[in-house]
Design a protein around this ligand. Structure first.
Ligand SMILES: *[C@@H]1O[C@H](CO)[C@@H](O)[C@H](O)[C@H]1NC(C)=O
Ligand SMILES: *[C@@H]1O[C@H](CO)[C@@H](O)[C@H](O)[C@H]1NC(C)=O
Ligand SMILES: *[C@@H]1O[C@H](CO)[C@@H](O)[C@H](O)[C@H]1NC(C)=O
Ligand SMILES: *[C@@H]1O[C@H](CO)[C@@H](O)[C@H](O)[C@H]1NC(C)=O
Ligand SMILES: *[C@@H]1O[C@H](CO)[C@@H](O)[C@H](O)[C@H]1NC(C)=O
Ligand SMILES: *[C@@H]1O[C@H](CO)[C@@H](O)[C@H](O)[C@H]1NC(C)=O
Ligand SMILES: *[C@@H]1O[C@H](CO)[C@@H](O)[C@H](O)[C@H]1NC(C)=O
Ligand SMILES: *[C@@H]1O[C@H](CO)[C@@H](O)[C@H](O)[C@H]1NC(C)=O
Length: 887
């Protein structure tokens, strides 16, 4: 039956191809609706003549609706035969399927039967958040369309990695999701990461909509004859939607983390300052950078090396002259002896040459292959390359093996964390890449020695004809039959042109018991490499939290990795847009470890830009200076009187705040509460915050408002109607939901405000490594809100172990003049405790305080009448029930 149907569709498709347009598509009608407490199911049958615009119309479909939690509704529409490709569970494990009911849920699903349309309403606010009634559902073999109407001028955020405004444009706007090696991260194009989730703020209440689909897609936001809409246009997969009710933006963030997973906790040292560049000539130059940072008194936590260390750019090799093993090992030992760390880059592409990593891959059969079983070839840095197939069941063992030997602590390069790149996957060779060797040669990539293994049939006189390299049996890929996996007729707006251009051919079929097509899984390549790399790092150091920074990501990648924002340029535009990108990754996509290439990767930086960026970068979760080969050096010490001073100042503040931000990251790793917040996440009802993307909250208490214009020394910043405190003077600043001008901001300072109502645990002093910071005591900064109260928290652990023993999870509160703390205090801090408690915003003089029932005064209670800050010296361990009262 299925066989005949397949044939029928094929002929149908050929006959009507190009004859119809999407406007002719008949939509579906619903029947056999079965409603239960937990949801409903229905059959969807094509409601007229198939339009067969982009492939053939799929009929029938099945609708499945589940009230998964009281705030999460799951809506799936798939082909009833269940042949269509779906994002594999191994890449995005699904959340549990049951739990709530139509009655209990705040979300309500309603539908029309003919044509079938549906709507989702938030009951508590009577707000319809999704309504598909204006356009027929289209579900074809290579094109799915679903449209929702929206209110005019919607406040939308998210939809994957881009360099457009954080609040998305609402007219004539297309977000294309298709991983791409996007040098200089141009706006309006598809970049490296794909996260089909958006948050919408409607009148102060926020909901989220996540389409779990990894196929190439265009998401269009525009106004049509029926008004404002958002429309998904995807070239495969199924409609697999998760609606998240909020109603607060932070609630939506937490609810999304329950779907795709919370981000991996990072090691404490990972929050230190990192230095990298492409083009360090040799290991001696790398050591020179370490030495120069130390001489300049700028804390360098981690030194990095780009592909320069490799022998002719081959992964898992060292250049014997420029990066000899014994010198690299000496460098790493030096770093470790100084509580510093080392990281190198690994690319997925393995040189197609006679060397161990390639031979091992061939022996274990883990490379992506062409239909005839030969190894698929592309061109990356070393010339002709092969690409690991992360779906192949043997690839993990291969990857672990290469890591165990090359990164061996005893005999190899003992890295502390990992950087993975080029995993879109990037392939320099343009499509069709018929002659990789010729392309590599013509474009100056290292030449390829003759192949060591025959990849196509060979004739050997005297041997039987089946004495041949093993061929792969023809496989039928997962997914709907009869698809054009190279040139689908619906063309997404991929800035690289054809789907397979500059990447792996999309008609390749992955190995494993479920033969997936690259067409469907392209967007997962970087995330699968991330997971495999995390496992490989754990295999070498099983007890330590892996830190991995990747370029390409898909929804849920944060479970395994952090992300740097790719190959930006040293421009003021890219400096500014780094803020929008970071709050999207940490706040929406649950990839909390994130940062840009500080001072800019491509193009020569300038002194003023690098000063400003050195300070802005100190308020990223991931803080790394990185530059391209051939451009001027931009290590901070190159400008002793400006950039170096700016960096030292900002690192000093960052390091004092390390435990505060580490606490925020721990919270996000537990429940998805964002570590970086756009203003509107904390002031969702203040429409003045909706468009702001050059200010943000580092944690939920520190408002960062950098100078944003070239060479300017002033900036207009928005302060919501709330009390803030200037970080530097500690004086209160009353916000009124308006813009204020800050002037005379020198090139070594960055405006920072503490939000009233918060308590921040600061280290009393910074230090030159994060290890040394941990020996310093705390100053607890209390910033009362307008109601006079404040709250905060502090999480402490050993900073590195995957499984922690005793930890501390402390809650601070300040009410009615009394500071107190409670919670678990299990982590042994030795002599380290609280040095002082500082309470801001006191309008009348405070002379006495009560510490644990004992009155203190004199030198232990200092009141600053200019700022209104009271400092009480307490010299106290981090014990339970500790109280300080200033009333
Ligand atoms: C969806 O939109 C249609 C067309 O405007 C409207 O008639 C219908 O009431 C809406 N559904 C809901 C649940 O708001
Ligand atoms: C380190 O500093 C010295 C002295 O200023 C300089 O000559 C050298 O180029 C610097 N090395 C690097 C790698 O920046
Ligand atoms: C940090 O300072 C200490 C004490 O001055 C010094 O011994 C150590 O080498 C410094 N570490 C680095 C990484 O500069
Ligand atoms: C491949 O490398 C091995 C080890 O260096 C060598 O013995 C062998 O001859 C090489 N094969 C070819 C075809 O170059
Ligand atoms: C592939 O990309 C190159 C440059 O990036 C472009 O010139 C070419 O037209 C593209 N080819 C296809 C088939 O899209
Ligand atoms: C960038 O700096 C490098 C090294 O200082 C120099 O060779 C190059 O000419 C500069 N490029 C531009 C465009 O100024
Ligand atoms: C009081 O605070 C002001 C800034 O608000 C500062 O300039 C001054 O030095 C402080 N006074 C003392 C004694 O710390
Ligand atoms: C606040 O503290 C004052 C003085 O200690 C006390 O009289 C008052 O009852 C307290 N108020 C509350 C709400 O605890």
């Amino acid at each position: 039956m299925a066989f005949f149907r397949g044939l029928f569709f094929l002929s149908n498709c050929v006959a009507l191809y190009n004859a119809a347009s999407v406007g002719d598509c008949p939509g579906y009608s619903a029947s056999n609706v079965v409603t239960t407490d937990g949801g409903l199911t229905a059959d969807l049958k094509l409601a007229g003549t198939a339009c067969n615009v982009y492939g053939y119309d799929v009929d029938p479909l099945t609708l499945e609706v589940q009230y998964q939690t009281d705030t999460r509704l799951h809506v799936r529409i798939h082909d009833s035969a269940q042949q269509a490709y779906e994002v594999p569970e191994q890449v995005v494990p699904r959340p549990s399927q049951t739990g709530s009911s139509a009655d209990a849920s705040d979300l309500q699903f309603t539908y029309n039967t003919d044509p079938f349309t549906f709507a989702v309403t938030r009951k508590s606010s009577q707000e319809t958040i999704f309504n598909t009634s204006f356009a027929n559902l289209i579900f074809e073999s290579q094109y799915l369309r679903l449209q929702t109407s929206l209110p005019d001028g919607p406040h939308l955020y998210g939809l994957g990695e881009h360099t457009d405004s954080f609040e998305l444009p609402t007219e004539a706007y297309t977000r294309t999701l298709w991983s791409r090696d996007a040098y200089e991260i141009p706006p309006g194009t598809n970049l490296y990461g794909n996260h089909p989730i958006y948050f919408e703020n409607r009148g102060g209440q926020t909901h989220g909509v996540f389409l779990l689909n990894s196929n190439g897609m265009d998401i269009k936001i525009d106004r049509g004859e029926n008004g404002q809409f958002l429309e998904y246009n995807t070239i495969g997969g199924i409609i697999d939607l998760y609606f998240l009710a909020g109603p607060g933006p932070v609630d939506v963030a937490q609810q999304y983390s329950q779907v795709v997973g919370t981000p991996a906790m990072m090691p404490y040292w990972g929050l230190g300052f990192h230095q990298c560049r492409y083009g360090y000539r040799d290991v001696y130059e790398v050591a020179g950078v370490v030495s120069n940072y130390s001489e300049a008194g700028i804390p360098l936590e981690t030194m990095w090396t780009d592909i320069d260390y490799m022998d002719a750019r081959k992964v898992f090799t060292l250049d014997p002259d420029r990066y000899p093993l014994e010198k690299v090992r000496e460098l790493v030992t030096y770093l470790h002896d100084h509580d510093q760390h080392y990281i190198v880059m690994v690319d997925p592409a393995v040189a197609y040459q006679n060397y161990t990593a390639f031979q091992n891959g061939v022996d274990q059969g883990i490379f992506l292959t062409n239909a005839d079983g030969s190894v698929y070839q592309g061109v990356v840095w070393p010339g002709v390359t092969a690409f690991p197939d992360w779906f192949n069941p043997n690839t993990q063992a291969y990857w672990n093996g290469e890591f165990d030997s090359f990164f061996s602590a005893d005999s190899g390069v003992d890295i502390d964390a990992l950087w993975i790149d080029m995993n879109e996957a990037s392939n320099f060779c343009t499509y069709p890449c018929d002659d990789p060797e010729g392309y590599a040669e013509a474009n100056g990539f290292p030449p390829t020695p003759p192949d060591v293994r025959a990849s196509s049939p060979i004739y050997l006189p005297g041997f039987p004809s089946d004495f041949q390299p093993s061929k792969r049996a023809p496989v039928t890929p997962i997914g709907l039959p009869n698809r054009d996996l190279l040139n689908p007729s619906y063309q997404i707006m991929n800035a690289a042109g054809a789907l397979s251009n500059k990447t792996i051919d999309t008609d390749l079929i992955h190995a494993g018991s479920s033969p997936y097509a690259e067409y469907d899984t392209h967007n997962l390549y970087g995330t699968m490499m991330s997971s495999a790399s995390r496992t490989a790092m754990l295999s070498r150091r099983p007890s330590l939290r892996p830190m991995i920074i990747t370029r390409s990501t898909f929804a849920g990648a944060g479970r395994d990795v952090g992300h740097w924002l790719g190959d930006n340029a040293a421009t003021w535009d890219d400096y500014r847009i780094s803020i929008a990108e970071q709050i999207a990754f940490a706040g929406i996509y649950q990839v909390m470890m994130v940062g840009s290439d500080v001072c800019g990767y491509a193009m020569n930086t300038t002194e003023n830009l690098c000063s400003r960026w050195a300070m802005l970068g100190a308020f990223s979760t991931f803080y790394r200076n990185h530059a391209e080969a051939g451009k001027m050096p931009q290590e901070f010490y190159n400008w002793p009187d400006s950039v170096a001073v700016a960096a030292k100042t900002a690192i000093d503040i960052r390091y004092r705040m390390l435990d505060y931000i580490y606490t925020a990251m721990h919270a996000q790793s537990v429940d998805g509460t964002p570590t970086l917040n756009p203003l509107w996440f904390l002031y969702p009802s203040d429409a003045g915050t909706y468009g702001i993307d050059t200010q943000f909250f580092f944690g939920d208490a520190v408002l960062v408002s950098p100078v944003i214009d070239e060479d300017a020394t002033s900036v207009s910043i928005y302060l919501p109607d709330d009390v803030f405190y200037d970080w530097y003077t500690q004086a209160p600043v009353q916000g009124s939901g308006a813009t204020i001008d800050l002037t005379s901001i020198g090139f070594t300072t960055i405006p920072l405000h503490i939000r009233g109502g918060t308590i921040i645990p600061l280290r009393s002093q910074s230090a030159n490594t994060t290890t040394a910071v941990r020996n310093n005591g705390f100053t607890v900064l209390v910033a009362p809100g307008r109601d006079g109260n404040a709250a905060g928290s502090l999480y402490l652990d050993d900073g590195v172990s995957l499984q922690q023993g005793a930890t501390s999870d402390i809650t601070f509160s300040y009410t009615n003049g009394t500071f107190s703390m409670s919670g678990d205090m299990g982590y042994d801090m030795g002599d380290v405790g609280i040095d002082s408690v500082v309470v801001l915003g006191q309008t009348s003089e405070v002379k006495n305080a009560n510490v644990q029932g004992k009155s203190v005064s004199g030198g232990d209670v200092k009141y600053n009448s200019t700022s209104g800050a009271v400092t009480v010296n307490v010299n106290k361990g981090l014990g339970a029930g500790f109280e300080v009262s200033i009333r």
